[in-house]
Design a protein around this ligand. Structure first.
Ligand SMILES: [Zn+2]
Length: 581
């Protein structure tokens, strides 16, 4: 927090004609978040090809070269929900690449817990996976065997062992720059237990973020450190404006759906100087009021190494505190002027070669292509039906959730399974391309009225919806809508396994409880489905990719090939009433 302004000090120095210039310390912080194992480019941002971790590493090197006082930090979800080339090897490739990129601190995100605590500890400390021979491939790719573990520090101030009260990883890390140190406090999403499997985090407690930060401030200051930066895996969800990676929309703090991070910052001790965030699908560069109303910088790069945050902080030599911060989000553009870092290029290609045969592993057989192109009238696709059916199957038994139906966001179905590409065979690579996000399934109870509300929120004008966003539904559930009806009154029929729930627009038993499976993305308000947030008796389930694999294993030979046109599957589940004659 500023104790005296730089301008004043410079002015005084000049006025006194002091022979020695004021030597405040400038530090460059290079930040990113939500890398999610994207060793190769995840695509375009604002129509420009971005990312590829070897290109990203070149950007980091370029920034690092601007100031010998520098530090590279990550705000979580470094691993987990990764593309196949990292996921197949339990994200060892990502850790190895980050070691070579010289990452220094990573606040643990929710996805770091996807494979449970023991596996996360292995990511830090090294060693081979206990029962997957795909790991520890160093002899082939040219890295140490056993797996070396992260040479950077995982941080998790608010994740504690229930029995001992100890944090799973250090609460904060420090780095010295000349005579000064900066403390980096790392936190994960308090809501992590809602989005990962309970089994993997059984002994852990996830504590309130702001309380945890504030409680650490006296300890850090007692060590003589005034410069305090928070790395937190929590952010804001901006339903629109993708591609505006270096702005802070005015409405970012006003909508109900956005900015849980704003609530956290509003409680923060004024000693915290900067908040580097993660977990949001979009980048932002904001200033948000803290507990005394001072605006502090709150940043979020776009994930998958497509944006890096370039931050310059000025430390006052007298107080040791940060007195000025300038920052910008920089697009990691692939162009000819940027030379990818060769060692990293070589490493990721070695893993990619190794992954190929595993990607070609056959899961099942299909009799026709399964496409994700939505029917213009009812918004349904064959691939959407298949994914929803797989999610229902994985959560139908009482132990796995007792689900009666599944709803899937259309945008989460990422690729077709094409008969040309995979003649008859469904490969692991193909289903991974279709479901690459590593979302986990959750089953919750909704009343029939709440379920109808969810369906109503698909259509423009209802509960903040701007454009039609139709969910994919599992077999056995069907409904009919009339787009010409008034907003929030468009569902005219709805039935579940032959039981009518809505007739002529009227609910027949509004309080009837129904178990519904969705993925954690839409459960948390993704795609604008705030109505899905009201579910109760939440049970976390398996990863979406595992659900799809298990489902398609049933279609194992030519006689039982998966056929998207089969009567039981292809029958329209959603009907659009013809527009007014
Ligand atoms: Zn996250």
């Amino acid at each position: 927090m500023p104790k005296c302004s730089i301008i004043t000090r410079v002015f005084l120095a000049t006025a006194m004609l002091a022979p020695v210039a004021v030597a405040d310390t400038q530090v460059k912080i290079i930040a990113f978040n939500d890398f999610h194992g994207n060793l190769f480019s995840a695509g375009n941002v604002a129509d420009v090809p971005v990312g590829g971790v070897d290109v990203f590493a070149a950007y980091v090197d370029k920034l690092r070269a601007q100031n010998p006082y520098n530090v590279v930090v990550s705000a979580g979800d470094l691993i987990g929900a990764s593309p196949l080339v990292s996921a197949l090897f339990h994200d060892e490739p990502t850790i190895e690449v980050m070691n070579r990129l010289r990452l220094e601190f990573n606040a643990v995100g929710n996805h770091e817990f996807d494979e449970g605590t023991d596996e996360l500890l292995r990511m830090q400390h090294g060693g081979c996976h206990p029962d997957d021979a795909n790991t520890c491939q160093g002899a082939i790719v040219g890295t140490p065997v056993p797996f070396e573990g992260a040479q950077f520090g995982f941080l998790a101030a608010n994740v504690v062992n229930e029995q001992t009260g100890d944090t799973l990883f250090p609460a904060y890390g420090t780095k010295a720059f000349g005579d000064h140190e900066i403390a980096f406090i790392g936190l994960t999403l308090e809501g992590t237990p809602n989005v990962v499997l309970a089994e993997g985090i059984r002994t852990l407690q996830f504590k309130d973020e702001a309380e945890t930060i504030n409680a650490l401030v006296p300890e850090i200051r007692a060590r003589g450190i005034e410069a305090i930066v928070v790395l937190i895996h929590e952010g804001g969800l901006r339903p629109t404006a993708f591609g505006e990676y270096n702005t802070c929309l005015d409405d970012i703090m006003s909508s109900d759906l956005v900015m849980p991070i704003a609530e956290i910052v509003a409680q923060l001790d004024d000693a915290v100087d900067l908040v580097i965030t993660g977990h949001s699908p979009v980048a932002y560069n904001c200033r948000i009021p803290n507990s005394v109303g001072r605006l502090i910088p709150v940043t979020h790069a776009q994930g998958a190494a497509s944006v890096v945050t370039d931050i310059d902080v000025l430390i006052d030599d007298a107080s040791g505190d940060i007195v000025d911060i300038t920052l910008k989000n920089v697009l990691v553009v692939q162009d000819e002027s940027v030379m990818p870092v060769p060692d990293i290029t070589r490493l990721i290609h070695a893993y990619s070669d190794l992954a190929q045969p595993l990607a070609d592993r056959v899961i099942g057989v299909m009799s026709a292509a399964v496409t994700r192109s939505n029917d213009a009238s009812n918004g349904q696709s064959d691939a959407g039906n298949m994914v929803a059916d797989a999610q229902l199957a994985a959560t139908q038994s009482p132990e796995t959730g007792g689900a009666q139906l599944a709803l899937m966001n259309s945008g989460g179905v990422r690729a077709n399974m094409s008969a040309e590409l995979y003649p008859g065979y469904i490969t692991y690579g193909a289903i991974y391309s279709m479901q690459p996000f590593g979302n986990s399934l959750v089953t919750m109870t909704y009343t029939a009225r709440q379920l109808k509300d969810v369906l109503e929120q698909q259509f423009p004008g209802c509960l903040g919806r701007r454009q039609r966003t139709i969910l994919q539904v599992s077999a056995g559930f069907s409904y009919q809508f009339d787009e010409s009806a008034p907003e929030c009154n468009r569902i005219v029929e709805m039935s579940l396994n032959g039981t009518r729930l809505v007739q002529a627009g009227e609910l027949l038993d509004a309080d009837l409880p129904i178990r519904v499976t969705i993925n954690n993305f839409i459960a948390d308000g993704g795609d604008g489905f705030s109505t899905l947030g009201v579910g109760t008796d939440r049970l976390a389930g398996v990863l979406d990719i595992d659900a799809l694999e298990r489902y398609l294993e049933r279609f194992s030979d030519g006689d039982s090939a998966y056929n998207p046109d089969a009567d039981s599957l292809g029958k329209p589940r959603v009907l659009s009433l013809p527009l007014a004659q």
